[in-house]
Design a protein around this ligand. Structure first.
Ligand code: ZN
Length: 213
């Protein structure tokens, strides 16, 4: 065997070695990444009501600023209030708002709840922009399902709380989450939200309601 041939064989072996090593490292890297972030959660079965409260599904168009369509692992249910005290600022009007603004701004959430109905705007297993923490790892936008409670003056706030607690309980069951997964917007960005609930010191009461359903 001539010297040149030996070198060529060595080069061939080296290429195979590098290929195997690179593939191995890539596979380990991917596994570690998925271990840390979790596989995207499978979407729950579609329902049209929770405990007789209608859920109206009207998804915001995909591949818009508000709904980029990125799937993720669900780790939290994030509770908000709309902060919108104008007349008729109910769940339906917030649904219209999200549809109208989908192309214009990175502002979105999954559900809006009022005393009579629930609008479902973005699939639970996709990111939305409600927690004010960008796409921080383990954050509210990346891993949370955002629920907005209406506070418009003609709306019954107490019934809205009950409806939200029922929706939250349904989601905890659907995604096999603990009660500790229920978070306030405030937990992620420090914004005083859900404002009325926190001002009145009723967060623990709300958690108690969720547990009860
Ligand atoms: Zn909020």
């Amino acid at each position: 065997m001539g010297k040149r041939k030996r070198i060529r064989i060595k080069k061939g072996r080296m290429a195979i070695f590098l290929l195997v090593t690179t593939t191995f490292i890539a596979a380990i890297g991917m596994s570690v990444y998925l271990y840390i972030t979790g596989l995207p959660t499978e979407l729950r079965e579609a329902v049209t009501e929770v405990d007789a409260i209608p859920i109206i599904t009207d998804f915001v168009p995909k591949e818009t600023k508000g709904r980029p369509g990125q799937e993720r692992r669900i780790k939290y249910i994030v509770i908000h209030e709309t902060g919108n005290a104008g007349r008729n600022a109910d769940a339906a009007s917030h649904n219209n708002y999200l549809h109208e603004e989908a192309d214009n701004q990175q502002k979105s959430w999954h559900y809006t709840v009022d005393a009579n109905e629930i609008y479902y705007h973005i699939p639970d297993n996709e990111i939305a922009f409600h927690a004010g923490d960008g796409l921080e790892k383990g954050g509210g936008n990346l891993n949370g399902v955002g629920i907005e409670m209406c506070i418009n003056p003609e709306n019954d706030y107490e019934q809205t709380l009950i409806n939200t607690a029922k929706l939250t309980a349904m989601l905890l069951k659907a995604y096999d989450l603990e009660i500790s997964s229920v978070k306030k917007h405030e937990d992620f960005s420090g914004k005083h939200c859900p404002d009325i609930l926190l001002r009145e010191g009723r967060w623990d009461e709300f958690i108690g309601m969720v547990k009860q359903f």
